[in-house]
Structures are given as structure tokens and as C-alpha cells.
Write a protein that binds this ligand. Sequence first.
Ligand SMILES: [Zn+2]
Length: 335
Amino acid sequence: MAKNSPSSSLGNMIPSPRQPSSSSENPISKIIPGRPQYKRFGQQGPNGTRSRGGRGPPIFYDKRFQVAGGVVTVGAGGYYVTHLETVPMTGRRRFMDVSIKQEEMMSKEAYNQVMHQYHSKILPQNHAYTQYVKRVARRIIQAAGMQDLDWEFHVIASDEKNAFVLPGGKVFVFTGILPIAENENGLATVLGHEIAHQLARHSAEKLSFTKIALFLGVIVSLVFDPSWSMQRIVMELGMMLPFSRKCETEADQIGLQLMAQACFDPRESTRMWARMHRTESGPSISFLNTHPASKDRATKLEHWMPEAMNTWHTSDCATTNVYADMFNKFRHASW
Ligand SMILES: [Zn+2]
């Protein structure tokens, strides 16, 4: 959800220790460690007679490359188009090819890792802070109609101004964010954002998107630069970071509606981001960050505020199931 430094990036889908802060940590390198082991078309033949290592014509003049490239492009394009869907509430088109089952498997591993990492700092479930978080979250979950998910809420004793959600509805809130949230409405801003990530299945989308980024990276690498080095930088700055910021913005938008539907005052969201902004030091260079700048987030929230205020005024604060139903419907759509 939030700030721009890795130590306080509230609302990551994956907690900050695993945020990409350098090329060696980026999610792509986790999937393909080191240089990919593919054979470039037209490289040294069996007799060692021909090489395109800089002296021959460019590889895209090679007939075999053109035919193979055409087949791959048509196949990949067809696969991409048949896995497009529209995100309810925001209307954004996206590529999604990760099933709920795969998402569940992914979540177990991440959950065990986080519980192991923070086990000594996680407050007991009957602690006043944990109870507070659960009380606010319960209303938002109810408004979203997502009560059937196996939710867990954990509060971690740490100064970090952060919160994050793991796939499957496992939400972690650091105590450092509580003074910034300041009150129930501020905390609803934080939790609405995290619950929105879950509702929109952003983790599954990120995995799907990473596959596209890898595919394009391999293609570019084949044609232009087999060293893979430029591709990693371009993919990170040009694809993964903008993608991450897009998901964060969408979670802000959906979260604002959820908190309003749950009868939390949506206007507190902009105040909360103003408080967060005051704790930040130094200018933020947004294109290098996984999260939008706090100031930009407040501006966008202001833009969506009229709709949220309308929801707030008309909500009966009871379960509506309207949001979860919308997402469930498109989940079962055939693709
Ligand atoms: Zn977030």
C-alpha cells in the first residue's frame, strides 16, 4: 500500500524483505537464476562452419528463425488473448493464467516463510492490537462478501510502517503503521487496501505477468543481446515496477470502495496518506519504486472520493456480497 522505501512499503503483496531492490533480487531472477540456457538460432553449426557471433547477417534474416518466430508469436498471441479478463470494479483488462489451486499452493510456501521470519514478533491473537485489527477487518470483509475465505490477521511488533497480504487472505500489519493510521477509519484504509489485493487476486496476476515479461525478455535477448543483462534492467524498470504500481493504485481504488461500503469514513484515507507523506524524507523517484508516492496516492483517492462518498452515504453497513459476487462471476467465466 504505501511508502516508497523498501523499509516502509505498506501494502506489498509480498513483504519488504523480498521486494526487488536490486537486479539480483528481482522476481525474474528468482525464476531463472543466472543466464538462460537457450541455444541461439544460427549459432555455431555442427561442423563449426557458421557463426552469427557478430560477423554474419543478423539472426532475423535467417529463414528458420523467421518461421519459428512466426509460429511462436501466433501461439503465444493466441494464448494471451484467450487468457484476458476484465477486473470488476475498475474495468482494467489483464492477463491471468494462474488458477486458484496454483495460488493456494503459492500461498502456503509464502505463509510458512513469513511465519518463520516473524514468529518471535507476532503478537498473540488476544492482544489488544490484534483484536483491534480484526474488528476493523471483519467489517470490510463482510462488506466485500468474502467471509468464506480462511482469513488470518497477524500484528507484528515492529517500527516498520507497513502491512502486506499473502495469497489466501493472510494479512500482516506492523505496529509501526498504527500511529499513522491513527484511528479506525485510517486503519480501514490500510486493511481495505490489503483486502482489495486479495479480492483482485493481484498475486496471481503478478505471477501471470511475470511469465509475459520473461517471454518477451527471452525474445529480445535472442534477437539483440544474448547477454541477458540489458533485458533484466529493461524488464524491471519498464515492466515489473510499473505493473506493481498499477496493482497498488487499483488496490487503493477498490479498498476505498470497500471501506466506504463498510461505513468507514473514506475521507480519512487522504488524511492518512498525508500523515504518511509527512513521515517520509527525501524526494521520491516514482519510476524506481514498487509503490506510487504517498502524495500521488492521496491525489488519486481524492479523484475517486465522490463515488466513495456516495457509497458511504447509501451503505446500510450490512453484508451485500456485491463485490465478491462480481469477482466470483468473472472467475468462473470460461477462458
Ligand atoms: Zn499494496
